[in-house]
Design a protein. Structure first.
Length: 244
């Protein structure tokens, strides 16, 4: 009986000791994370003139790039039964089959319509100088495959995401997902600019966006934007078990 009581007491003491050690480790891990976070600078400035949630701006006319998918309708239709959907090739051309190739990269949809119509008319005249053929062409974007924004840093799914014109910082972060060691309070947006131009770095008030519905820094994203999510070192195995 006495031996059983001594064993029970020893086991309780061991459990209490283990809990104390785990609590100490957890506290140290939390303090270390805070110390690391303080060393990471906050980049960017808040720009109230940038398009943002509730104050979005329409994009300029879409510029075609490889490998966009285009829906092209031609009237009168071509005799070889040319398909209606075309992928812009890496060299910037669309292949119209027997009607030849037309360069469309770097131009708007309206400009592509004019280029294709001119190409078809000139091709017809080359085979029949007396022809009065006139082609009407409609070019629509079937699938945007060239416009993306990027989420980088300490996120669950780092990578590129399709930019359709309505996405904001909040959309980007939710798509990529935060991790336990992410520092969302230090998120910033790095906007692309021409070589030699000034940097455009936009500060993000994540807690204002998430907790207060403040739209000031929930910027509308444009193609090429980099949403950067800083973070501390990943927690070790014990830290992960403790939720650190």
């Amino acid at each position: 009986m006495m031996a059983r009581m001594l064993f029970s007491s020893a086991r309780c003491a061991g459990l209490v000791g283990a809990v104390a050690v785990l609590a100490t480790v957890s506290g140290c891990s939390s303090m270390q994370r805070k110390h690391e976070a303080q060393k990471i600078p906050q980049y960017g400035v808040i720009d109230p003139n940038q398009p943002r949630e509730l104050h979005k701006s329409p994009f300029p006319p879409y510029v075609i790039e490889p490998p966009d998918e285009l829906e092209i309708a031609i009237r009168p239709p071509l005799p070889d039964g040319t398909p209606s959907t075309f992928v812009v090739q890496p060299d910037g051309f669309v292949d119209l089959g027997f009607a030849g190739d037309v360069f469309v990269a770097g131009v708007t949809l309206a400009d592509a319509e004019e280029r294709i119509a001119t190409h078809l008319t000139e091709q017809k005249k080359a085979t029949d100088a007396d022809t009065k053929a006139h082609y009407e062409v409609s070019v629509r974007l079937a699938n945007n495959q060239s416009k993306f924004f990027y989420v980088l840093g300490m996120v669950g799914n780092q990578g590129r995401f399709k930019c359709t014109g309505s996405e904001t910082v909040l959309d980007a972060v939710l798509q990529a997902g935060l991790r336990s060691n992410s520092l969302p309070e230090k998120i910033y947006v790095s906007r692309p600019h021409p070589a030699g131009g000034p940097d455009v770095i936009l500060k993000v008030d994540w807690f204002g966006i998430r907790d207060r519905g403040d739209t000031l820094t929930n910027y509308q994203l444009i193609p090429g934007d980099r949403v950067i999510v800083p973070g501390t070192k990943p927690p070790g195995v014990l830290g992960s078990l403790l939720g650190g």
